[in-house]
Design a protein around this ligand. Sequence first.
Ligand code: ASP
Length: 721
Amino acid sequence: MVKRLTTTILALAAIGAGAHFAFTDEGQWTPDQIGRLNLHRAGLSIPVEQIFNPGGPGIHEATLRLGGGTGEFVSPEGLIMTNHHVAFGAVASIATAEQDYITDGYLARTREEEIRARGYTARMVQLYEDVTARVLSGVREGMSFEERREAIRTATEAVVDEARREHPDLEISISAFSYGNAFKLVGFKMIRDIRIVYVPPFSVGNYGADTDNWMFPRHTGDFSFLRAYVAPDGSPAPYNRENVPYRPRSWLKVASRAPEEGDFVFMLGFPGSTMRYLDSYYVAYERACRLPYQIMILGERIDVMRRAWEGDRELQIRFATTVKSLANVHKNYQGKVVGIDRMDLVARKQVEEAAWTGWYSSQPELKRRYDGVLEALERIYAGMREDDPFLLTAGELLYSPIQSYALNLYEYLLQMEIPEERRGTNYRGEQAEQRKERLLEGPAGYYQPVDHELYLRAAVRGLALPEGQKIATLQHIVEGQELQGYAPALSRAIDEAYASSPLLSPDGRERLLALSADEAADRGGLFLRIAADLRDRRNELNERRQARNRDLARLRQLYAEGIMALRQQQGKMLYPDANRSLRFSYGYVRGYEPKDAVYIKPLTHLKGVMEKETGEGEFIVPEVLQQAWRSRAFGRWADASGDVPVNLLTNCDTTGGSSGSPVMNARGELVGINFDRVWEATVNDYNFDPEFGRNISVHMHYIIFICEVFGASNVVSELGF
Ligand code: ASP
């Protein structure tokens, strides 16, 4: 039955894609689906084999999984284009208050000046094969989920081993699709030596910052250039001064003609994750619990961090990456909440689920398989809602590196009290020794003003936990106080803890590590007492959470399988949820109507950059760019309007991870680089809304224009101009 159903689904997918072509712009298609999309009718003018050509050259090979997003080769010398925000971590790691590459950007005029982008790798797809049948070959009817998983694991290992033998030079893995209903074998060539070539000033690369993030009209030059290096013999190698630029077989060429409203475009990239095949209970939980909570907590963290570092550039640099990504998610989640309500998504999903239940109930075999799935999902989310208050408070307290350190230390002491063979596997022999060494080094990565403030807020919220879940130490601190005195009392206790905590001195740590867990909790101060309070209940709830996650994996596989089968019967073309694997998406240069009677055009121009300029904060336009504007020295980068196009709106289907994806015209030439979506489209992660589904890209003209204005002529000529 399992096998039969899966096979049916795959067969339906093939038929559906061919027979029911529609000009849909929704879809993050797997590369092996491209050929079935009827793209020439949609507007493509090159053979699809130029886009995806496994084992041979093609646009797919020029598209890289890079950092947290995507990048692409744009020269035969291994030059990579990606987003400013994708390369940001690399720049932040080399910036100091004196050499502030974040603010000023960085330009390597020669190869020698190209600086290592620490921690960055680039992966290109060299092998891509559907191995669903092989991976599921051991799955039999009536197997439990665990047995199924084991059968999949065994088959996966065999497929991977074989591929590794055949392709020792590739990084081989199997990607699961549709919650374990389909599997692809992927072989990546992995480039390990990546260097920074050109990063524009922050005021260009992040123009409009949080105010404009997820918004359109947009005027951000969110691009950067890196370069891939390999060993002199051409093989991928870790960073080494002797390495040479990688010479890719495929790279993208910049279009000679600027895109216009209505033009066909397509993208390749590595979108991270979408949840479009999940159930209404999941969306309801997201809407009512997780998203509002995250919006609250992220808002607080951003606020506290920003205030704490005001006027201190050193600190701003130190926390730059953290706060930037917190702010990005914060605004995204707010958009999601609005989008879920706008689409009435929970109700929509319920309607679909009712139709699904009706459909499978009329077929005894399917009924046996799917009956109870939705009810079980409902129970899981109810359980999560029950456990959340304690787990979230614990999570907030443990956000403090000191508190989290204290819990690790307490756990270590507890484990050391039990015979070695009964300890957790990470607490035996050499591992225990190493753990102790690390504990002796003490907590790292905290900044007291931020830590204190966030801890205090967590503690105040912790007081409101329901009876039976209260944290004894916190209750004890406020005992006998009036309500208004709670926060000051807690604040004093935290201050005291910082001032006298043995965790913060080498001697103190040494002493604590010689005690029993109970003694340490007794004498180790606030953080250790809280650790002792949290430990058991948190472990218990975490175990429950893990059990729930196992159930969720089983139920999601069944639900996705079932709902996909129904959708296919309804004649829909299906693509799997995003999973950070290579995807294709297409659409058109197209504006949108965010509000009644408002039409937002799809192209912005330099004029708009100047209109937003305030000279401070998020809207500073560097003097050279202002000069270029004043002198109208746009060269060949102006479009028909006479101005330089800056950002571009298209209705491709993207999500987090699609950042840095190349946007190409019908001829497969580069017209832009994707970096964002409009705010109304953040809900796409749950369900694509064609009315609002728009992604935002930097126009290639703006990229080259900025390179010229800021003196990166070496980059311009490498791009072929
Ligand atoms: N800004 C996102 C990214 O970093 C792209 C998106 O979510 O649309 O991948």
